[in-house]
Write a protein that binds this ligand. Sequence first.
Ligand code: ZN
Ligand code: ZN
Length: 124
Amino acid sequence: MGGVETRSEEDLDDSGIVRALGSGWRWKFSVVLLCALTATLLLICLAKRASRWWWSRSRRAPPPQPAPPPAPMCTVCRDDVERGEGGVTLPCGHPYHRGCIALAVDHDPRCPVCRAPVWPGDIA
Ligand SMILES: [Zn+2]
Ligand SMILES: [Zn+2]
């Protein structure tokens, strides 16, 4: 077998049987080679597609991050109420700026959000 393969084309042409066998082998070999090549390309293509799908999927669903606690917002001026100084929380639980709620209750002594009565002492 090895001797036949190392010989040149002319030598193989001497015998019809050897030629048929040789061409058959070559044909089979090229088919196998083509199949292997196609399979490899297909695998690479699939791997690329899979990795792209994986990346797009992981990008679409970022790891959940703990949301920071929402800053209390004054609904009168729609600005953040700083904790501590400058802010006041009514008995109903709604935060306001001291100045904002003082102006609001000046013509309606109720919480602008839930309409709970606001007493002068609540915003003092
Ligand atoms: Zn305000
Ligand atoms: Zn309220």
